[in-house]
Structure formats: C-alpha cells, structure tokens
Design a protein around this ligand. Structure first.
Ligand code: G4P
Length: 532
C-alpha cells in the first residue's frame, strides 16, 4: 500500500536537517569544537560558556557528581543549533571508553559523524574503536585534524595513519600552511582559495582571518615569504597527484572521508567542517524496520528510543526517553502508539535540548531528537508510531565483561537498591543478574569506571549506600533453545550457573572461556548468545 507523504513545506524542513555525532579520543578537542559550533549557531554568545570539564567551572551535565570529580564526560547530551539555514542536531558521546555501549546507541541515531584527530597525536586508540562501529553501520565520516596551532605531525603522515589504521580513504578538502607558531592558514583544494590566519604583533594579536586567491602572486607575496609560497605550491601539486577527488557517493557509503585541518581553540576552520556537513552529510532519509523501510517523508509519525536518562531533575526523579524521529511530524498534544506496550499516549511535554537547557517543543521533524518524560514504562529500542506496528531493527545489548556482587551497607534499603538498579539497567548503564540459587545481585559492566558511577549514582540519586564483593564470574551468555525439553534439562543440570537478567531472560555465567566451551560442546542444541 502506498504511504501518504508530508506536504512539500515539511519535506523541505526534513531536507534542512543534519543529525550527527562527534567521535574522538579524549582531549583531542571535542568540547572546544562543540563550543565553537554553538558559537557559530549563535546558541551561546561567548567562548568559555562550555568550559573544559577539568577547569570545573562548568559541567554540561553537572547533576552527575562523578563527572565533576573525575573531570570526565560519561553521559550523552543533545544539542540543536541552526547554521546557514540548516537545523543541526549534535549528539554528544561519552568521552570515556568504559561507556562504549552508550556511544554505540548514539551512533544508531545519527546520519553522519565528525571525527576529530589531534594533529600532534594522530590516530589514537579510542578513535579506532569508535570508527570501527561507525564503519560497521556505514555512517559517513567527516574528519577534522585539530590543534594545527601547535607543532604537529607531518600532514601526509597523519593521513597515511588514518588510511592504514582506520581503513578509509582520505580526501583532503583543505591543506594546512605551516603548523604551530608558523601556522598561517589553509588552502582549499576545491576552490584554490587560501584562508589566512595570522596571530602576531603585526595585527596586534588579533586573529586575522581573510581569504585570498592562491594564484594571485602579487597578493600572496603580501602575506607569505618566497619559500612559504614554494612550499605550499609544491604541497598542493603533490596532494592533487596523490589523492583522489572528493566523491560524494563514496563518502555516503563510508568508503572515503573528506579531511579538514584547523584549530578549534583559535576557532579556525571549524566553519569549514560545518559547511562540509551541510553540503554532503545525508538528510534524514529512511530507516529499516523488521517489516519495511520507513521513509522520513511519510505522513505518519514514527521514531525510536535510543537512550534513557533517569533523574535529570533530582527533585522530580524524572526519566527522559530520547527519541529520534524517523518519519512524519511531531506536534504537541499528538497521540502516539507505544508499539511494545500497545498503548496510546498523548505527548504534551516533549522537550528539546539547546546548550544543556531544555525547552518544550510544539513541533519536530525527522532527524530531530525529542525527549519524552516517562515513569519507567519506556525502554531503549522502543518504537512510537501513529498506530502501525513497526519495530525498528533493535539496538543490541552487549554482553558485559566485568562482574561484581553488589551488597548494601544498610540492609533496610533493599527496596531502594532494587529500584535504583532497575532504573539504571533500563538506562543501559549496567546489567543486573539474579542467580537462580540465591538472593545476591550480580552487576555486569563493560568498563571498570561504570562500577564507580553506579555506586555514586545509587548514593546520590537513590540515597543508597552500597559496596562490591568480587566474584569469579568472567563471562555470561544469553540462553535460548527452541526445544523446551532440552532447555529444561539444561536448566536442571546447570542450576547453579544460571541467572535471570532484568527482563527475566536466562543467562549462563562462567568463570572462564574454557569452561564455557566445554558446556557449549556438551549442550549443542542450546544457543549461547553474546549479544541480546
Ligand atoms: P575533549 O572534549 O576532546 O576531551 O577535549 P577538550 O575540548 O576539552 O580539549 C582538551 C584540551 O585541548 C584543552 O586544554 C583544550 O583547550 C585544548 N585544545 C582543544 N582544541 C585545541 C586547539 O585547536 N589548539 C590547542 N592548542 N589546544 C586545543 P586543557 O589545557 O586540557 O584545558 P583548558 O584549561 O585549556 O580548558
């Protein structure tokens, strides 16, 4: 059956939207670039509004004590801003690798990524991991090589490193002229303009920015020495012969990444990436569901929840479900069908997020992220529609890698502990397992830091003091089997190594891979799954 589509004016709104994430290794400049984006989008007026977390002057999510204490970002924030008539939705990702699952979920909700590389460090570990995920999902990637105002690696070496380590072709869009104290700007390979940067006494310490024609030797001589002109002309010839021209199709397939150079700190070149994003990143188009492709221009609303955040406002103990709109248009007061629970909800209080603040919204379009308040009935991966039973391809849960038993310091708080753990596990912050044989609670996480965050949040948000005991569990697998007889036999024979997860699904836990492999061999009719 043909689907009704939105009116033209709404389709134009969809086409003006870009939803993206920034991925980078900690300290490569993500916060600084985000701030410059928000300055360009006139969301904030002055630099320094989003201060470095280390300075502790301001934390974007200062409700979370541990972020302030450790100077790390462990949560995801969503920022919306307008640049050159385009609505840009920036989904921030946690800076610490222990929260990789959260980052993975964010990447399911974006259409493009900006990868930041510190020019003095080249490709770092965390970037490698994140790009692997982005590439699996075939998300187009734009690269910004940052901190050119500092002494940097040779630019060609950085590009070689990206190509080798990340297995993606680099297509330079601009090229730096000098670096560190001698950084003088970039030359745009496409239009051959030179964007000048000077920060010296001659210009009274003012960042002097201007673009000139790279062929006009008279003008060039005003700004560059003879050897500088020779060098960048040589560079330009070399780049043009070594690298392919930008090909949008290859970029959209995630095969090549356009490269920009600049410095976020001195706000040089940041506008070039945003222009690249506007020109090349895909607008919200379609998303696969289990039954069909759902197109953004369809009249009926649909969207999926990729993140839950509890206790954003401690006074109200509220929970916000972050929903990415896939199709149709959100209007305040509209009735939305919650596919999993088969219930209709009137949504009056959807919010969006601008520079850390929340605003009630009247309407929103595909690509936009809306926050829906709820009391715990919405889960990650849930779909909302206007009645159709659509299920978008699920966001997988990864098997945790580290395990501890949690216990209460004050046994009277058991109820509060269970409530806190239930909410935190629904947020995707931790896995909670209840063994068949006793009443203990086993927590599973991917990174060590998550354990600390859980204790901190239990204390801060739920007023529960808890601690951990070690366990010899080193891995878990979700269990399933079509044949109930085999399943029951397996359960009977392995009772002491089984537990329920928070959705009452059965997991098998083991102290080693070796033991697990023996069990897998013995029970070959049972499916042992690493991903839920
Ligand atoms: P992150 O979010 O990726 O972790 O990085 P963030 O922006 O916090 O930047 C990390 C450090 O690198 C900060 O310095 C920041 O000022 C600096 N930085 C970011 N971009 C540039 C750049 O283009 N050039 C130079 N030279 N430095 C840059 P910090 O000393 O750790 O913090 P702060 O006290 O300066 O704020």
């Amino acid at each position: 059956m043909k689907k009704k589509i939105l009116p033209k004016k709404d389709i134009l709104k969809i086409k003006s939207r870009k939803t993206f994430a920034i991925i980078s290794h900690p300290d490569s400049g993500k916060t600084t670039i985000t701030e410059k984006f928000l300055l360009l989008g006139k969301v904030i007026r002055e630099a320094g509004t989003i201060k470095s977390r280390k300075s502790k002057k301001y934390a974007q999510s200062d409700w979370m004590e541990i972020e302030k204490k450790r100077g790390i970002s462990v949560t995801t924030s969503i920022m919306k801003f307008i640049y050159l008539n385009h609505h840009l939705n920036l989904l921030d990702t946690p800076g610490h690798e222990d929260f990789s699952e959260d980052t993975y979920r964010v990447l399911t909700a974006v259409d493009c990524c900006i990868m930041i590389i510190d020019a003095s460090k080249s490709v770092e570990k965390r970037t490698k991991k994140l790009i692997k995920v982005a590439r699996l999902k075939k998300i187009p990637i734009i690269t910004f090589i940052n901190k050119l105002d500092r002494d940097s690696y040779d630019s060609i070496k950085i590009l070689d490193d990206i190509e080798k380590k990340l297995n993606i072709s680099c297509i330079p869009i601009n090229w730096p002229i000098g670096s560190g104290r001698n950084f003088k700007g970039v030359i745009n390979i496409l239009n051959k303009k030179i964007y000048l940067y000077f920060n010296n006494n001659k210009y009274k310490n003012k960042n002097y920015k201007k673009s000139i024609d790279s062929f006009d030797i008279k003008i060039l001589k005003k700004y560059f020495t003879h050897s500088e002109i020779l060098n960048f002309t040589e560079d330009l010839n070399l780049i043009q012969s070594c690298y392919d021209k930008f090909n949008k199709k290859n970029f959209l397939k995630g095969l090549e990444t356009p490269i920009f150079f600049g410095s976020a700190l001195i706000n040089f070149g940041v506008n070039h990436i945003l222009k690249g994003l506007i020109n090349w990143a895909p607008y919200p188009n379609y998303r696969n569901s289990l039954t069909r492709k759902v197109y953004s221009i369809e009249k009926n609303f649909s969207g999926f929840v990729f993140k839950i955040q509890a206790n954003m406002n401690l006074k109200h103990h509220d929970r916000v479900a972050f929903l990415r709109i896939v199709s149709g248009k959100y209007k305040k007061g509209m009735k939305l069908y919650h596919v999993r629970t088969k219930k209709n909800n009137i949504i009056n209080n959807a919010v969006n997020f601008i520079a850390g603040k929340r605003f009630l919204i009247d309407k929103a379009y595909p690509g936009d992220i809306i926050g829906i308040y709820n009391k715990g009935n919405i889960k990650i991966g849930d779909t909302f529609t206007q009645g159709e039973n659509i299920n978008f391809i699920e966001i997988p849960k990864f098997s945790p890698e580290l395990f501890k038993i949690i216990y209460l310091k004050d046994a009277l708080n058991q109820k509060k502990l269970l409530r806190g753990l239930k909410q935190l596990s629904e947020e995707g912050a931790v896995h909670v397992f209840k063994p068949f044989i006793n009443n203990s609670l086993i927590l599973g996480v991917i990174g060590q830091l998550q354990f600390d965050v859980i204790l901190e949040r239990l204390n801060f948000e739920y007023k529960v003091l808890a601690s951990y005991k070690n366990t010899n569990i080193s891995l878990i697998r979700w269990i399933s089997c079509d044949n109930l007889f085999f399943l029951e036999q397996f359960k009977k024979e392995n009772y002491s190594s089984l537990a329920y997860d928070n959705d009452n699904e059965i997991i098998y836990f083991s102290s080693s891979n070796f033991k697990l492999n023996l069990i897998i061999k013995k029970y070959n009719k049972i499916i042992f799954s690493k991903i839920k």
